[in-house]
Ligand binder design. Structure first.
Ligand code: PMP
Ligand code: GLN
Length: 385
């Protein structure tokens, strides 16, 4: 393994999912649903396969049906108009979108400012692009409910003359924070003032609870032309195995990202693209029902974790709950998560893996709630005992 990747090893998700299998534990570690997405969308994939749509190399930018559906979704939900031909690119999941965007836009030596904790592929992809990551730590606050918050002064201070881009994620994995209008306004002003590009990972855009609202960064003044927005069918439609994602951005940015994508995967899997195009056109009732289902699960797990003695950061978005284990008399999330399968038959993720400043993340542990109600109930029962 070369020097760029040596520090990354095996992803925590592979390690913890293997541990769950080995010990027969309930896997609340890796974030994937234990029920598949809508029947009619699966049928659409079967139809595409059977009718020979997408069984050979589809067009590099993605099939026109899906690009059109992505553009229509952005317009319908957010009033953002994108040209399906020049401003949408289909990728192999959001993971490839992140990789291709960083490989296309970062020069060796450029600094990339990213929120910390961050989804683990960010650090590895910044490294593969030869960039330097500059983490800005979201810190826990306890006024008016426990929440991780962005310090806007810290964000401003992180930008230097070498900063090329900001890598933002809202709703935020793993903290469940949804950036507010005020925070996003400040990010947008900073990007415009310092002439930065922004990659915004919005894969949990449909999983936002209570009074929180998902506001795409591209809707803020001056942002549409400098923002690469990322979405994924894995999260919104519960098909993480299909690996269909997309970016929307101005033509120059899409063309740059496509240049990288064509040498990573060339094209993305064909038949699933047709099915996701149909999924994106589902009525609003699908998206509302999906969110309401996850909201009930959030409440079930949040209550259970609190009763089991964890400090719970109730998420405003995503399907993850970050907890603090210090009320349990513990302080090392790694040790806690390695022992938890034996102790309680439950797998969780130590948030420290999402930090450069590992000590800042040490006492935090993440649980996923995108699981069947009975599974969550059993997990809570085990954790309490
Ligand atoms: N970004 C974030 C914040 C995620 O949580 C995930 C899924 N774990 C991804 C990107 C990757 O999405 P996909 O499965 O579509 O590659
Ligand atoms: N995004 C999911 C998570 O954060 C799964 C990530 C993965 O398996 N690479 O758990």
């Amino acid at each position: 393994l070369n020097r760029r990747l040596a520090e990354f090893g095996t992803t925590i998700f592979a390690e913890m999912s293997a541990l769950a299998l080995q010990t027969g534990s309930i896997n609340l570690g890796q974030g994937f649903p234990d029920t598949d997405g809508p029947e009619e969308v699966r049928e659409a994939a079967v139809r595409a396969l059977r009718d020979g749509r997408g069984n050979q190399y589809p067009p590099g930018p993605g099939v026109p049906e899906l690009r059109t559906a992505v553009a229509a979704h952005q317009e319908r939900r957010y009033g953002l108009a994108y040209d399906p031909d020049s401003e949408v690119l289909v990728t192999a999941g959001a993971t490839e979108a992140i990789a291709a965007a960083l490989l296309a836009l970062v020069e060796p030596g450029d600094e990339v400012v990213a929120l910390e904790p961050y989804y683990d592929s960010y650090a590895a992809c910044i490294a593969m692009a030869g960039g330097t990551r500059v983490p800005v730590t979201l810190r826990p606050h306890f006024d008016g409910g426990a929440r991780f918050r962005l310090d806007l002064d810290e964000l401003r201070a992180a930008v230097t003359d070498r900063t090329r881009l900001l890598l933002i994620n809202t709703p935020h994995n793993p903290t469940g924070t949804v950036l507010t209008r005020e925070e996003l306004t400040a990010i947008a002003e900073l990007a415009v003032e310092r002439d930065l590009l922004v990659i915004t990972d919005e894969v949990y855009e449909h999983l936002v609870f209570d009074e929180a609202e998902h506001l795409p960064l591209a809707t803020f003044p001056g942002m549409r032309e400098r923002t690469v927005s990322i979405g994924s069918a894995g999260k919104t439609f519960s098909f993480t195995g299909w690996k269909v994602g997309w970016i929307t951005a101005a033509p120059g940015l899409v063309s740059a990202v496509r240049s990288a994508k064509q040498f990573l995967t060339y094209v993305s899997s064909g038949p699933f693209q047709y099915a996701v195009a149909e999924a994106l056109a589902l009525p609003d009732s699908y998206f509302t029902a999906f969110r309401d289902d996850m909201l009930a699960k959030r409440d079930l797990l949040a209550t259970g974790l609190a009763e089991a003695g964890f400090e719970v950061f109730k998420p405003a978005g995503t399907y993850f709950i970050t907890t603090d284990i210090r009320p349990l008399g513990e302080s090392d999330g790694f040790a806690f998560c390695r022992a938890l399968p034996e102790r309680a038959g439950v797998v969780a993720i130590p948030n420290a893996v999402f930090y450069d400043h590992r000590e800042a993340g040490a006492p935090f542990v993440r649980f996923a709630f995108c699981k069947q109600t009975a599974v969550l109930q059993e997990a809570v029962k085990r954790l309490k005992s």
